[in-house]
Design a protein around this ligand. Structure first.
Ligand SMILES: Cc1ncc(COP(=O)(O)O)c(C=O)c1O
Length: 433
């Protein structure tokens, strides 16, 4: 085994160089399906190789097959940032390799997680007294919320908007729960009436839908859910981070009534994948739904374990990267980045709006712009393919009704106004072909 220190220096050097030359790389991977598989050995290595061989293969094999999420001109899905303090914290977390199955198995992981998740609660202006912990993804956080809702209500029906994220449907399906999708109004917000609330276990409201960043009327939905004896879960996976900004707090209206709420710092709070925060105002109900302590984990010291609040027993030290990002940027630094993203989205929306032959198809909210070329679906689909194949920018699409529309999401901390301008130039250039 070669030296950990020497290999570590080389790995860190590789990481630094990757980030320094990120602009030279195509945003979308320019490979065909199966191209990497064909280059990878079909069988595992029998003999040990030096770590330097792994590093060499990063450049040779892996980088060409990367879609570069760290690229400042990544505007697809919900663009994100794995910030440097978070990257280093991942190295340190793996070094300590904590497996927080119980408090004594990692007092540090358990207590730091509780504290930093509470820091984020304070920064976002969520109610005091909520209990928060970290799951891997919003899909798991919402799964946990549905499990708690079913446990508490003894019911089996989930209600959400037709624009709720597919994870709600997948979670309900995995749990064998019945999902009912509710139509939206002209603002793409879930209708509060016109659907049956009887026997509903959980109403899921979304703040910042995936396709349009639209905002459901959380207060009215919470009141309706609670009057019917149902649980109210809020999916603010993307837009919840915007509550760092006072001017975006309008979208938090009614969230204080939630039974559970999820926000993903790996989407828009600079924390490297994966880090999903799940709060509940009903920790004892949550604990009753999940707690199952086998004999080998019973200890005389405080048995407080965060595995009592979700599906997984072994929990990794995810709070370390959140702690590092919060400390190294400070709330002020994070606010400045998010505010700039919103400004750039407004600017891009104003360009689209002012250009003949283009249209905004939904109100611009947070850092997302949904737009299209004023032409048929096929032209828009072909345009998306051309701009993405250029490697200069990466955007994604969705459908509004049956119309194919384009999404431009800003979320990378390196993105500048020049990058957004470049993207607009590429779009107009390719549209003119
Ligand atoms: C609103 C919303 N909820 C949930 C998810 C799922 O997130 P995750 O990948 O963390 O499961 C997404 C993903 O983009 C999303 O936009």
């Amino acid at each position: 085994m070669s030296s950990f220190r020497t290999d570590g220096e080389a790995a860190l050097e590789w990481s630094a160089r990757y980030l320094e030359r990120i602009r030279e790389l195509p945003v979308l991977a320019q490979v065909a399906p199966g191209e990497l598989s064909a280059k990878l050995p079909a069988s595992p290595p029998e003999r040990a190789e030096p770590f330097s061989a792994v590093l060499a293969d990063l450049d040779e094999l892996i980088v060409p097959a990367l879609t570069n999420w760290q690229h400042p001109r990544f505007f697809a899905y919900f663009a994100n940032t794995g910030a440097e303090p978070g990257i280093l914290a991942e190295l340190l977390a793996a070094t300590m390799n904590q497996v927080a199955i119980a408090w004594r198995a990692s007092p540090a992981s358990t207590e730091l997680e509780l504290r930093v998740v509470d820091w984020v609660r304070q920064l976002l202006g969520l109610p005091e007294g909520w209990h928060g912990h970290i799951e891997d993804t919003a899909s798991t956080s919402t799964l946990a919320a549905l499990i708690a809702a079913r446990y508490v209500t003894g019911r089996n029906i989930v209600v959400c908007s037709e624009h709720a994220h597919s994870s709600v449907e997948k979670d309900a399906r995995m749990l064998g729960m019945e999902l009912r999708k509710v139509a939206v109004d002209g603002d793409l917000a879930m209708l509060v009436d016109g659907w049956d609330a009887d026997e509903v276990a959980c109403v899921v409201a979304t703040v910042g839908t995936t396709s349009f960043a639209s905002v459901d009327p959380v207060r009215a939905l919470a009141e309706r859910a609670h009057a019917a004896g149902a649980w109210l879960h809020v999916d603010a996976a993307y837009a919840g981070s915007s509550w760092l900004l006072e001017e975006e707090r309008w979208s938090q209206d009614g969230c204080e009534l939630a039974d559970s709420l999820v926000v993903n710092p790996h989407k828009w709070l600079l924390v490297p994948m994966d880090c999903s925060l799940l709060w509940t105002s009903r920790p004892e109900d949550f604990r009753r739904a999940f707690s199952l302590v086998p004999e080998y984990l019973r200890t005389p010291d405080d048995a407080y374990a965060l595995s009592d609040f979700g599906p997984a027993l072994g929990r990794r030290f995810r709070s370390l990267k959140l702690w590092a990002v919060l400390r190294c940027y400070g709330a002020d630094g994070l606010r400045a980045i998010l505010r700039e993203h919103v400004r750039l989205a407004e600017l891009f929306a104003s360009w689209v709006d002012g250009e003949p032959g283009w249209e905004l198809v939904a109100p611009q909210r947070f850092s997302l712009v949904v737009f299209r070329l004023d032409a048929g679906d096929e032209e828009n689909e072909a345009l998306l393919e051309r701009v993405n194949r250029s490697g200069e920018i990466f955007i994604s699409h969705t459908k509004l009704g049956d119309r194919y529309v384009l999404r431009f999401a800003i979320g990378n901390a390196r993105t500048t106004e020049a990058d957004v301008r470049h993207a607009w130039d590429v779009l107009r250039r390719e549209a003119a072909r």
